[in-house]
Design a protein around this ligand. Structure first.
Ligand SMILES: [Zn+2]
Length: 287
């Protein structure tokens, strides 16, 4: 059903109008998680043809220096959250297109066989339910379903250290907390540790320059913004929908969720922002 809707929306001309008259003077940030090499090929090829893909750090510099000249027309930033194993498959495509891309890593899950709680098989309740729980309660509820945050499972969910080091020559690697909690549901001490330690660990163990944090699930509170500032991050990325400009709040950068689609119609509709605006009109979240 959605496939038909995306096709109709694509050929309505609305994504084209948005791209050429609205996005033209904005900076669009897209969020992906993981896709295979073929999807990477199709996605990056489309985005390179229709947008000017820039690096997150170049946008941050432009905001800091209030320098519009550093931002091209139809500027677009590609981000991937979580550091999932399949991301490594994209490397040849990233090299081929010289695609600037930012990958947000969970520092206590990469290079281990620990799992992302939201990908755990056998959860007895919908993901949205766990996100409403205080952090300790969430962990105890997940434990009943067999998920333990520190447990090493048979297979990894995230990339290894070697894969990350190799990719980091071509990809901007940044922080996404330690264990992917819902930050606003964490006690102060835990939220601080998740935000501060992920930066320290990635800098110390991986030699990365960490200046950006993407809030897991896009969830954040005012406290989490302050914690990110105090930890030394120079920007933070949300999943609040909308476009960005040189005047955007650098700790509340907006992103469109693009749902790792291999459907080109869906990619065109979602990357233009049309899907988010239609969902907003219907009073719904974008993904
Ligand atoms: Zn995430």
């Amino acid at each position: 059903m959605n496939a038909i809707i995306f096709k109709i929306l694509r050929y309505s001309g609305l994504p084209w109008l948005l791209r050429n008259f609205i996005q033209s003077n904005k900076v669009t940030i897209l969020m992906f998680h993981e896709f295979d090499k073929e999807t990477a090929e199709q996605t990056f090829s489309f985005l390179h043809k229709n947008y000017n893909i820039i690096d997150l750090n170049d946008f941050i510099d432009a905001i800091k220096n209030n320098d519009k000249t550093k931002i091209p027309k139809k500027a677009l930033i590609i981000t991937f959250d979580d550091g999932l194993l399949q991301n490594y498959e994209m490397l040849p495509v990233i090299k081929k297109y010289k695609t600037p891309l930012t990958l947000f890593l969970c520092s206590s899950i990469i290079n281990t066989n620990r799992h992302f709680w939201y990908k755990h098989h056998g959860l007895s309740k919908p993901l949205a339910y766990y996100k409403t729980l205080p952090n300790q309660k969430r962990l105890s509820e997940l434990a009943k379903d067999g998920f333990i945050q520190d447990k090493e499972y048979a297979e990894p969910h995230a990339m290894s250290k070697n894969q990350i080091i190799e990719m980091s020559k071509f990809v901007n690697m940044q922080a996404h907390t330690q264990f992917h909690p819902c930050l606003p549901m964490c006690e102060d001490e835990t939220a601080k540790k998740e935000i501060v330690e992920s930066k320290h660990f990635l800098e110390k163990e991986y030699g990365l320059e960490i200046n950006a944090i993407a809030f897991p699930n896009g969830d954040y509170s005012e406290r989490d913004i302050i914690l990110a500032k105090n930890a030394g991050y120079t920007c933070a990325i949300t999943v609040d929908g909308g476009y960005n400009t040189i005047n955007s709040d650098i700790y509340r950068l907006k992103r469109f969720s693009t749902n790792d689609t291999s459907n080109l119609n869906e990619l065109i509709v979602k990357s233009s922002g049309l899907w988010y605006f239609l969902k907003s009109l219907a009073g719904k979240k974008q993904n």
